[in-house]
Design a protein around this ligand. Sequence first.
Ligand SMILES: C[S@@+](CC[C@H](N)C(=O)[O-])C[C@H]1O[C@@H](n2cnc3c(N)ncnc32)[C@H](O)[C@@H]1O
Length: 472
Amino acid sequence: MTQPAAPESAPHVELTIGPVAHGGHFVSRHEGRVVFVRHGLPGERVRARLTEHDDGARFWRADVVDVLDASSDRQDHVWDQADALVAARASIHVAGGAEFGHIRLDAQRRLKAEVFAEHLERGAGIDAAALGFAGVEAVAREDELGRFWRTRMAFAVDAGGRLSMHPHRSDELVAVTSMPLASREIQRLSPWDVDFSGFARVEIAAPAGGDEALVLLVPVEGQNDAAGVRRAARAVMAQLPLSASVAVLTQSGGSAADGRGALQRISGRTWLSESVELASGDTHDYRVTGEGFWQIHRAAPATLTEAVLGIVAPEPGQAVADLYAGAGLFTLPLAERVGAGGRVLSIEGAPGTSKDARRNLHEYRQALIAQGRVERTLRDQLQRLSGGRGTRELDAVVLDPPRAGAGKRAVELIAAAKPAKIAYVSCDPASFARDTADLRRRGYELVAARVFDLYPNTHHLETVGHFARVRP
Ligand SMILES: C[S@@+](CC[C@H](N)C(=O)[O-])C[C@H]1O[C@@H](n2cnc3c(N)ncnc32)[C@H](O)[C@@H]1O
Protein backbone atom coordinates (compact mmCIF):
# COMPACT_ATOMS: atom_id res chain seq x y z
CA MET A 1 0.00 0.00 0.00
CA THR A 2 1.46 3.33 -0.97
CA GLN A 3 -0.99 5.86 0.41
CA PRO A 4 0.40 9.16 1.67
CA ALA A 5 1.44 9.21 5.29
CA ALA A 6 -1.14 10.32 7.87
CA PRO A 7 -0.18 13.43 9.83
CA GLU A 8 1.70 11.83 12.75
CA SER A 9 2.62 15.30 14.01
CA ALA A 10 -0.97 15.96 15.21
CA PRO A 11 -1.37 15.95 19.01
CA HIS A 12 -2.36 12.69 20.73
CA VAL A 13 -4.52 12.38 23.85
CA GLU A 14 -5.72 9.54 26.07
CA LEU A 15 -9.51 9.27 26.22
CA THR A 16 -12.28 7.16 27.68
CA ILE A 17 -14.93 6.57 25.02
CA GLY A 18 -18.52 7.42 25.87
CA PRO A 19 -21.84 6.78 24.07
CA VAL A 20 -22.38 6.48 20.34
CA ALA A 21 -23.41 9.58 18.37
CA HIS A 22 -24.80 9.73 14.83
CA GLY A 23 -22.33 9.73 11.95
CA GLY A 24 -20.01 6.96 13.18
CA HIS A 25 -18.67 8.97 16.12
CA PHE A 26 -18.50 8.30 19.82
CA VAL A 27 -18.69 11.05 22.41
CA SER A 28 -15.72 11.58 24.68
CA ARG A 29 -14.33 14.44 26.79
CA HIS A 30 -10.90 15.93 27.13
CA GLU A 31 -10.30 18.65 29.73
CA GLY A 32 -14.00 19.49 29.71
CA ARG A 33 -14.31 19.73 25.92
CA VAL A 34 -16.42 17.30 23.87
CA VAL A 35 -14.35 15.21 21.45
CA PHE A 36 -16.08 13.20 18.69
CA VAL A 37 -13.99 10.07 18.29
CA ARG A 38 -14.01 7.54 15.46
CA HIS A 39 -12.91 3.89 15.50
CA GLY A 40 -13.58 3.37 19.21
CA LEU A 41 -16.25 1.66 21.31
CA PRO A 42 -18.09 2.79 24.45
CA GLY A 43 -16.11 2.11 27.63
CA GLU A 44 -12.75 1.75 25.87
CA ARG A 45 -9.64 3.53 27.06
CA VAL A 46 -7.73 4.67 23.96
CA ARG A 47 -4.94 6.84 22.63
CA ALA A 48 -6.35 9.08 19.90
CA ARG A 49 -4.92 11.54 17.41
CA LEU A 50 -6.70 14.89 17.31
CA THR A 51 -7.78 15.53 13.73
CA GLU A 52 -9.56 18.86 14.43
CA HIS A 53 -8.54 20.80 17.51
CA ASP A 54 -8.93 24.56 17.11
CA ASP A 55 -8.59 26.36 20.45
CA GLY A 56 -11.88 28.22 20.01
CA ALA A 57 -13.90 25.26 18.68
CA ARG A 58 -16.89 23.97 20.67
CA PHE A 59 -15.79 20.40 20.05
CA TRP A 60 -12.81 18.55 18.70
CA ARG A 61 -12.51 15.44 16.54
CA ALA A 62 -10.14 12.51 16.97
CA ASP A 63 -9.29 9.08 15.54
CA VAL A 64 -8.30 6.15 17.75
CA VAL A 65 -4.70 5.07 17.05
CA ASP A 66 -4.20 2.61 19.89
CA VAL A 67 -6.53 0.73 22.24
CA LEU A 68 -5.30 0.60 25.85
CA ASP A 69 -8.33 -1.17 27.30
CA ALA A 70 -10.51 -2.91 24.66
CA SER A 71 -14.26 -3.53 24.67
CA SER A 72 -15.43 -7.13 24.38
CA ASP A 73 -17.42 -5.92 21.34
CA ARG A 74 -14.20 -5.21 19.42
CA GLN A 75 -13.14 -7.60 16.63
CA ASP A 76 -10.41 -7.66 13.99
CA HIS A 77 -11.49 -5.16 11.37
CA VAL A 78 -13.30 -6.73 8.40
CA TRP A 79 -11.23 -4.61 5.98
CA ASP A 80 -7.57 -3.92 6.73
CA GLN A 81 -7.58 -0.71 4.63
CA ALA A 82 -10.24 0.78 6.91
CA ASP A 83 -8.56 -0.41 10.13
CA ALA A 84 -7.50 2.73 12.00
CA LEU A 85 -5.03 0.83 14.20
CA VAL A 86 -3.21 -0.73 11.23
CA ALA A 87 -3.20 2.66 9.45
CA ALA A 88 -1.76 4.42 12.50
CA ARG A 89 1.03 1.83 12.89
CA ALA A 90 1.95 2.14 9.20
CA SER A 91 1.46 5.95 9.09
CA ILE A 92 -1.01 5.69 6.21
CA HIS A 93 -4.52 7.05 5.72
CA VAL A 94 -7.49 4.93 6.67
CA ALA A 95 -10.06 4.33 3.90
CA GLY A 96 -13.61 5.54 4.55
CA GLY A 97 -16.73 3.43 4.10
CA ALA A 98 -16.47 0.77 6.82
CA GLU A 99 -16.19 2.85 10.00
CA PHE A 100 -17.93 0.20 12.16
CA GLY A 101 -15.89 -2.73 10.80
CA HIS A 102 -13.98 -3.09 14.10
CA ILE A 103 -17.26 -3.81 15.96
CA ARG A 104 -18.98 -7.19 16.19
CA LEU A 105 -22.11 -7.22 14.03
CA ASP A 106 -24.53 -7.75 16.94
CA ALA A 107 -22.94 -4.81 18.80
CA GLN A 108 -23.14 -2.61 15.67
CA ARG A 109 -26.89 -3.27 15.65
CA ARG A 110 -27.22 -2.41 19.33
CA LEU A 111 -25.40 0.88 18.72
CA LYS A 112 -27.61 1.70 15.72
CA ALA A 113 -30.70 0.96 17.80
CA GLU A 114 -29.44 3.45 20.41
CA VAL A 115 -28.88 6.10 17.74
CA PHE A 116 -32.39 5.56 16.35
CA ALA A 117 -34.05 5.66 19.79
CA GLU A 118 -32.18 8.79 20.78
CA HIS A 119 -33.16 10.68 17.64
CA LEU A 120 -36.78 9.64 17.98
CA GLU A 121 -36.85 10.81 21.59
CA ARG A 122 -35.02 14.09 20.96
CA GLY A 123 -36.51 14.97 17.59
CA ALA A 124 -40.08 13.74 17.96
CA GLY A 125 -40.61 13.18 21.71
CA ILE A 126 -41.35 9.47 21.17
CA ASP A 127 -40.11 6.68 23.42
CA ALA A 128 -38.99 3.91 21.02
CA ALA A 129 -39.53 1.19 23.66
CA ALA A 130 -43.14 2.33 24.23
CA LEU A 131 -43.60 2.01 20.47
CA GLY A 132 -42.56 -1.65 20.70
CA PHE A 133 -39.28 -1.03 18.88
CA ALA A 134 -37.31 -4.22 19.46
CA GLY A 135 -33.97 -3.36 17.85
CA VAL A 136 -32.25 -3.34 14.50
CA GLU A 137 -33.15 -6.28 12.25
CA ALA A 138 -30.61 -8.27 10.25
CA VAL A 139 -31.66 -8.96 6.68
CA ALA A 140 -31.92 -12.25 4.81
CA ARG A 141 -28.83 -14.30 3.97
CA GLU A 142 -26.43 -11.92 5.73
CA ASP A 143 -22.74 -12.88 5.72
CA GLU A 144 -21.68 -13.51 9.35
CA LEU A 145 -19.20 -10.61 9.16
CA GLY A 146 -21.56 -8.30 7.25
CA ARG A 147 -19.58 -8.44 3.98
CA PHE A 148 -20.48 -8.80 0.26
CA TRP A 149 -23.73 -6.79 0.35
CA ARG A 150 -23.00 -3.74 -1.83
CA THR A 151 -24.32 -4.14 -5.37
CA ARG A 152 -23.20 -0.60 -6.15
CA MET A 153 -19.76 0.93 -5.59
CA ALA A 154 -18.42 4.37 -6.48
CA PHE A 155 -14.70 5.08 -6.55
CA ALA A 156 -12.41 7.96 -7.36
CA VAL A 157 -9.33 7.30 -9.52
CA ASP A 158 -5.88 8.48 -8.42
CA ALA A 159 -3.12 9.96 -10.58
CA GLY A 160 -1.78 6.46 -11.24
CA GLY A 161 -5.14 5.23 -12.59
CA ARG A 162 -5.90 3.14 -9.46
CA LEU A 163 -9.32 2.84 -7.84
CA SER A 164 -9.33 5.05 -4.77
CA MET A 165 -11.47 6.32 -1.94
CA HIS A 166 -11.39 9.42 0.20
CA PRO A 167 -10.60 9.07 3.89
CA HIS A 168 -13.23 10.60 6.21
CA ARG A 169 -13.44 14.43 5.77
CA SER A 170 -10.41 14.51 3.48
CA ASP A 171 -9.55 15.33 -0.15
CA GLU A 172 -6.67 12.84 -0.13
CA LEU A 173 -7.04 9.59 -2.03
CA VAL A 174 -6.38 6.09 -0.71
CA ALA A 175 -5.74 3.49 -3.43
CA VAL A 176 -8.12 0.58 -2.87
CA THR A 177 -6.66 -2.92 -3.11
CA SER A 178 -9.74 -4.82 -1.89
CA MET A 179 -13.28 -4.02 -0.71
CA PRO A 180 -14.99 -6.77 1.27
CA LEU A 181 -18.36 -4.99 1.45
CA ALA A 182 -18.70 -5.20 -2.36
CA SER A 183 -20.87 -8.05 -3.63
CA ARG A 184 -19.25 -11.25 -4.87
CA GLU A 185 -20.24 -10.26 -8.41
CA ILE A 186 -18.18 -7.06 -8.06
CA GLN A 187 -15.30 -9.00 -6.39
CA ARG A 188 -15.18 -11.27 -9.44
CA LEU A 189 -14.53 -8.23 -11.66
CA SER A 190 -11.45 -7.47 -9.51
CA PRO A 191 -11.60 -3.74 -10.38
CA TRP A 192 -8.69 -2.94 -8.01
CA ASP A 193 -6.39 -4.69 -10.51
CA VAL A 194 -7.51 -2.52 -13.41
CA ASP A 195 -5.72 0.62 -14.67
CA PHE A 196 -8.42 3.32 -15.01
CA SER A 197 -6.11 6.01 -16.42
CA GLY A 198 -8.03 8.77 -18.17
CA PHE A 199 -11.01 8.59 -15.79
CA ALA A 200 -11.83 10.55 -12.65
CA ARG A 201 -14.60 8.35 -11.28
CA VAL A 202 -15.75 4.77 -11.67
CA GLU A 203 -19.14 3.40 -10.68
CA ILE A 204 -19.78 -0.31 -10.70
CA ALA A 205 -23.21 -1.86 -10.36
CA ALA A 206 -23.85 -5.59 -10.39
CA PRO A 207 -27.46 -6.79 -10.06
CA ALA A 208 -28.03 -9.16 -7.13
CA GLY A 209 -29.60 -11.69 -9.49
CA GLY A 210 -26.29 -12.28 -11.29
CA ASP A 211 -27.12 -10.36 -14.47
CA GLU A 212 -24.16 -8.70 -16.22
CA ALA A 213 -22.50 -5.84 -14.30
CA LEU A 214 -22.21 -2.29 -15.63
CA VAL A 215 -18.97 -0.31 -15.30
CA LEU A 216 -19.56 3.41 -15.67
CA LEU A 217 -16.53 5.58 -16.40
CA VAL A 218 -16.47 9.36 -15.86
CA PRO A 219 -13.62 11.02 -17.81
CA VAL A 220 -11.24 13.43 -16.07
CA GLU A 221 -12.46 17.01 -16.31
CA GLY A 222 -11.56 18.91 -19.46
CA GLN A 223 -11.08 15.70 -21.47
CA ASN A 224 -12.71 16.68 -24.77
CA ASP A 225 -11.08 14.14 -27.07
CA ALA A 226 -14.04 11.79 -27.64
CA ALA A 227 -11.99 9.24 -29.57
CA GLY A 228 -9.35 9.24 -26.81
CA VAL A 229 -12.02 8.64 -24.14
CA ARG A 230 -13.43 5.71 -26.13
CA ARG A 231 -9.93 4.28 -26.52
CA ALA A 232 -9.29 4.57 -22.78
CA ALA A 233 -12.68 2.94 -22.05
CA ARG A 234 -11.86 0.02 -24.38
CA ALA A 235 -8.51 -0.35 -22.60
CA VAL A 236 -10.42 -0.68 -19.30
CA MET A 237 -12.77 -3.21 -20.85
CA ALA A 238 -9.86 -5.32 -22.10
CA GLN A 239 -8.51 -5.64 -18.54
CA LEU A 240 -11.78 -6.89 -16.99
CA PRO A 241 -11.56 -10.62 -16.23
CA LEU A 242 -15.27 -11.14 -17.04
CA SER A 243 -17.66 -9.79 -19.60
CA ALA A 244 -19.39 -6.62 -18.34
CA SER A 245 -21.23 -3.70 -19.87
CA VAL A 246 -19.03 -0.60 -20.09
CA ALA A 247 -20.29 2.94 -20.62
CA VAL A 248 -18.84 6.43 -20.43
CA LEU A 249 -20.72 9.08 -18.51
CA THR A 250 -19.96 12.57 -19.74
CA GLN A 251 -21.36 15.12 -17.42
CA SER A 252 -20.92 18.61 -16.07
CA GLY A 253 -21.90 17.82 -12.48
CA GLY A 254 -24.91 15.76 -11.45
CA SER A 255 -25.58 12.33 -12.87
CA ALA A 256 -27.02 10.67 -15.95
CA ALA A 257 -30.25 10.19 -14.02
CA ASP A 258 -30.73 13.94 -13.54
CA GLY A 259 -30.72 14.51 -17.29
CA ARG A 260 -27.55 16.61 -17.34
CA GLY A 261 -25.06 13.88 -18.15
CA ALA A 262 -24.98 11.66 -21.24
CA LEU A 263 -24.29 7.94 -21.24
CA GLN A 264 -22.27 6.57 -24.11
CA ARG A 265 -22.23 2.82 -24.69
CA ILE A 266 -18.85 1.18 -25.14
CA SER A 267 -19.99 -2.42 -24.83
CA GLY A 268 -23.13 -4.22 -23.66
CA ARG A 269 -25.92 -2.02 -22.27
CA THR A 270 -26.15 1.34 -20.53
CA TRP A 271 -28.73 0.01 -18.09
CA LEU A 272 -29.17 -2.84 -15.64
CA SER A 273 -31.79 -5.47 -15.29
CA GLU A 274 -32.89 -5.99 -11.67
CA SER A 275 -35.26 -8.66 -10.42
CA VAL A 276 -36.94 -8.61 -7.01
CA GLU A 277 -38.38 -11.80 -5.56
CA LEU A 278 -40.76 -11.35 -2.65
CA ALA A 279 -41.47 -13.91 0.08
CA SER A 280 -44.90 -14.45 -1.53
CA GLY A 281 -43.08 -15.84 -4.59
CA ASP A 282 -44.06 -12.80 -6.71
CA THR A 283 -41.15 -11.58 -8.81
CA HIS A 284 -40.95 -8.11 -10.32
CA ASP A 285 -38.48 -7.05 -13.00
CA TYR A 286 -37.06 -3.57 -13.36
CA ARG A 287 -34.81 -1.70 -15.71
CA VAL A 288 -32.47 0.84 -14.06
CA THR A 289 -30.47 3.34 -16.08
CA GLY A 290 -26.66 3.55 -15.60
CA GLU A 291 -26.48 6.04 -12.77
CA GLY A 292 -30.14 5.83 -11.79
CA PHE A 293 -31.10 5.13 -8.19
CA TRP A 294 -31.37 1.55 -6.94
CA GLN A 295 -31.09 0.30 -3.35
CA ILE A 296 -27.49 -0.67 -2.53
CA HIS A 297 -27.85 -3.74 -0.29
CA ARG A 298 -28.56 -6.88 -2.28
CA ALA A 299 -31.49 -7.73 0.03
CA ALA A 300 -32.84 -4.17 0.34
CA PRO A 301 -35.34 -4.13 -2.56
CA ALA A 302 -37.24 -7.19 -1.28
CA THR A 303 -36.87 -6.30 2.43
CA LEU A 304 -38.20 -2.77 1.99
CA THR A 305 -40.97 -3.74 -0.45
CA GLU A 306 -42.29 -6.33 2.01
CA ALA A 307 -42.14 -3.87 4.92
CA VAL A 308 -43.97 -1.21 2.87
CA LEU A 309 -46.65 -3.61 1.60
CA GLY A 310 -47.13 -4.84 5.19
CA ILE A 311 -48.04 -1.29 6.26
CA VAL A 312 -50.08 -0.18 3.26
CA ALA A 313 -51.89 -3.52 2.77
CA PRO A 314 -53.21 -2.21 -0.55
CA GLU A 315 -56.63 -3.38 -1.69
CA PRO A 316 -58.19 -3.45 -5.15
CA GLY A 317 -59.64 -0.10 -6.13
CA GLN A 318 -57.60 1.99 -3.67
CA ALA A 319 -55.69 5.18 -4.50
CA VAL A 320 -52.13 5.35 -3.17
CA ALA A 321 -49.05 7.49 -3.83
CA ASP A 322 -45.43 6.40 -4.07
CA LEU A 323 -43.31 9.52 -3.50
CA TYR A 324 -39.56 9.75 -4.25
CA ALA A 325 -40.31 6.64 -6.27
CA GLY A 326 -37.00 6.00 -8.05
CA ALA A 327 -37.39 3.45 -10.85
CA GLY A 328 -40.72 2.32 -9.36
CA LEU A 329 -39.52 -0.32 -6.86
CA PHE A 330 -42.68 0.11 -4.74
CA THR A 331 -44.92 1.51 -7.49
CA LEU A 332 -44.99 -1.80 -9.36
CA PRO A 333 -46.24 -4.10 -6.56
CA LEU A 334 -48.62 -1.35 -5.40
CA ALA A 335 -50.07 -1.10 -8.94
CA GLU A 336 -50.54 -4.88 -9.06
CA ARG A 337 -52.39 -4.89 -5.76
CA VAL A 338 -54.72 -1.93 -6.31
CA GLY A 339 -55.53 -3.45 -9.70
CA ALA A 340 -57.02 -1.89 -12.81
CA GLY A 341 -59.74 -0.18 -10.75
CA GLY A 342 -57.23 1.56 -8.46
CA ARG A 343 -54.68 4.35 -8.86
CA VAL A 344 -50.98 4.71 -7.99
CA LEU A 345 -49.49 8.17 -8.26
CA SER A 346 -45.70 7.75 -8.58
CA ILE A 347 -43.52 10.86 -8.29
CA GLU A 348 -39.77 10.92 -8.91
CA GLY A 349 -37.56 13.98 -9.32
CA ALA A 350 -34.67 12.74 -11.49
CA PRO A 351 -35.65 12.67 -15.21
CA GLY A 352 -33.55 9.59 -16.11
CA THR A 353 -34.85 7.56 -13.17
CA SER A 354 -38.42 8.70 -13.82
CA LYS A 355 -38.05 7.45 -17.41
CA ASP A 356 -37.08 4.08 -15.92
CA ALA A 357 -40.26 4.13 -13.81
CA ARG A 358 -42.33 4.91 -16.90
CA ARG A 359 -40.80 1.93 -18.72
CA ASN A 360 -41.14 -0.36 -15.72
CA LEU A 361 -44.84 0.53 -15.32
CA HIS A 362 -45.86 0.83 -18.96
CA GLU A 363 -48.24 -2.14 -18.72
CA TYR A 364 -50.09 -0.70 -15.73
CA ARG A 365 -52.68 1.87 -16.78
CA GLN A 366 -53.53 2.47 -13.12
CA ALA A 367 -50.03 3.95 -12.54
CA LEU A 368 -49.63 7.69 -13.10
CA ILE A 369 -45.88 8.37 -13.43
CA ALA A 370 -44.99 12.01 -12.79
CA GLN A 371 -41.55 13.57 -12.94
CA GLY A 372 -40.89 16.50 -10.64
CA ARG A 373 -40.13 17.51 -7.09
CA VAL A 374 -42.70 16.20 -4.61
CA GLU A 375 -43.01 19.56 -2.85
CA ARG A 376 -43.77 21.27 -6.16
CA THR A 377 -45.87 18.68 -8.01
CA LEU A 378 -47.87 16.64 -5.49
CA ARG A 379 -50.80 19.04 -5.24
CA ASP A 380 -51.11 19.45 -9.04
CA GLN A 381 -50.99 15.70 -9.55
CA LEU A 382 -53.71 15.13 -6.94
CA GLN A 383 -55.87 17.70 -8.70
CA ARG A 384 -55.20 15.93 -11.98
CA LEU A 385 -56.19 12.60 -10.40
CA SER A 386 -59.49 14.05 -9.22
CA GLY A 387 -60.41 14.88 -12.82
CA GLY A 388 -60.90 18.57 -12.04
CA ARG A 389 -63.11 17.96 -8.97
CA GLY A 390 -60.82 19.46 -6.32
CA THR A 391 -58.01 17.34 -4.86
CA ARG A 392 -58.02 13.56 -4.81
CA GLU A 393 -57.72 12.10 -1.32
CA LEU A 394 -55.55 9.02 -0.92
CA ASP A 395 -55.94 5.75 0.96
CA ALA A 396 -52.19 5.51 1.66
CA VAL A 397 -48.87 7.21 0.94
CA VAL A 398 -45.41 5.67 0.66
CA LEU A 399 -42.47 8.05 0.83
CA ASP A 400 -38.78 7.27 0.55
CA PRO A 401 -36.96 10.61 0.41
CA PRO A 402 -33.19 11.12 0.24
CA ARG A 403 -31.09 11.75 3.37
CA ALA A 404 -32.46 15.27 3.89
CA GLY A 405 -35.95 13.86 4.46
CA ALA A 406 -39.25 15.17 3.10
CA GLY A 407 -39.35 18.56 4.83
CA LYS A 408 -42.20 20.80 5.91
CA ARG A 409 -43.82 21.51 2.55
CA ALA A 410 -43.93 17.86 1.41
CA VAL A 411 -45.31 16.78 4.82
CA GLU A 412 -48.00 19.46 4.58
CA LEU A 413 -49.05 18.25 1.11
CA ILE A 414 -49.03 14.60 2.16
CA ALA A 415 -51.21 15.33 5.20
CA ALA A 416 -53.61 17.38 3.01
CA ALA A 417 -54.28 14.22 0.94
CA LYS A 418 -55.58 12.62 4.19
CA PRO A 419 -54.16 9.10 3.72
CA ALA A 420 -55.23 6.71 6.50
CA LYS A 421 -51.75 5.16 6.49
CA ILE A 422 -48.28 6.37 5.65
CA ALA A 423 -45.23 4.16 5.12
CA TYR A 424 -42.11 6.30 5.52
CA VAL A 425 -38.80 4.74 4.38
CA SER A 426 -35.81 6.69 5.64
CA CYS A 427 -32.02 6.39 5.55
CA ASP A 428 -31.46 9.15 8.10
CA PRO A 429 -32.75 9.01 11.69
CA ALA A 430 -32.42 12.78 12.22
CA SER A 431 -34.58 13.87 9.26
CA PHE A 432 -36.98 10.98 10.00
CA ALA A 433 -37.46 12.25 13.57
CA ARG A 434 -37.92 15.84 12.37
CA ASP A 435 -40.55 14.80 9.79
CA THR A 436 -42.21 12.55 12.39
CA ALA A 437 -42.65 15.58 14.67
CA ASP A 438 -44.21 17.46 11.73
CA LEU A 439 -46.55 14.60 10.87
CA ARG A 440 -47.68 14.44 14.50
CA ARG A 441 -48.59 18.14 14.39
CA ARG A 442 -50.66 17.36 11.30
CA GLY A 443 -52.79 14.59 12.78
CA TYR A 444 -50.61 11.49 12.35
CA GLU A 445 -49.14 9.16 14.94
CA LEU A 446 -46.15 6.87 14.51
CA VAL A 447 -47.62 3.47 15.43
CA ALA A 448 -44.61 1.27 14.66
CA ALA A 449 -41.07 1.52 13.37
CA ARG A 450 -38.73 -1.13 12.02
CA VAL A 451 -35.04 -0.50 11.55
CA PHE A 452 -33.08 -2.69 9.13
CA ASP A 453 -29.34 -3.25 9.01
CA LEU A 454 -29.00 -2.49 5.31
CA TYR A 455 -25.50 -1.03 5.68
CA PRO A 456 -23.44 -3.50 7.80
CA ASN A 457 -20.01 -2.31 8.98
CA THR A 458 -21.02 1.33 8.48
CA HIS A 459 -22.94 3.58 10.88
CA HIS A 460 -25.93 3.87 8.51
CA LEU A 461 -29.39 2.42 9.20
CA GLU A 462 -32.70 2.22 7.35
CA THR A 463 -36.03 2.90 9.03
CA VAL A 464 -39.54 2.05 7.88
CA GLY A 465 -42.10 4.01 9.91
CA HIS A 466 -45.81 3.22 10.00
CA PHE A 467 -48.00 6.28 10.58
CA ALA A 468 -51.76 6.25 11.10
CA ARG A 469 -54.17 9.17 10.81
CA VAL A 470 -55.57 9.88 14.26
CA ARG A 471 -57.23 13.28 13.68
CA PRO A 472 -59.59 14.15 10.82
C1 LIG B 1 -33.90 6.96 -1.44
S1 LIG B 1 -34.30 7.06 -3.15
C2 LIG B 1 -35.74 6.02 -3.17
C3 LIG B 1 -36.15 5.48 -4.51
C4 LIG B 1 -37.11 4.28 -4.50
N1 LIG B 1 -38.17 4.41 -3.54
C5 LIG B 1 -36.35 2.98 -4.29
O1 LIG B 1 -36.37 2.45 -3.18
O2 LIG B 1 -35.74 2.48 -5.26
C6 LIG B 1 -34.92 8.68 -3.24
C7 LIG B 1 -35.34 9.12 -4.64
O3 LIG B 1 -35.92 10.42 -4.52
C8 LIG B 1 -35.54 11.22 -5.64
N2 LIG B 1 -35.70 12.63 -5.17
C9 LIG B 1 -34.85 13.36 -4.42
N3 LIG B 1 -35.42 14.54 -4.07
C10 LIG B 1 -36.67 14.53 -4.62
C11 LIG B 1 -37.75 15.46 -4.60
N4 LIG B 1 -37.65 16.62 -3.96
N5 LIG B 1 -38.89 15.12 -5.23
C12 LIG B 1 -38.98 13.93 -5.90
N6 LIG B 1 -37.98 13.01 -5.95
C13 LIG B 1 -36.84 13.31 -5.32
C14 LIG B 1 -34.14 10.76 -5.97
O4 LIG B 1 -33.84 11.02 -7.32
C15 LIG B 1 -34.22 9.26 -5.66
O5 LIG B 1 -34.56 8.52 -6.81
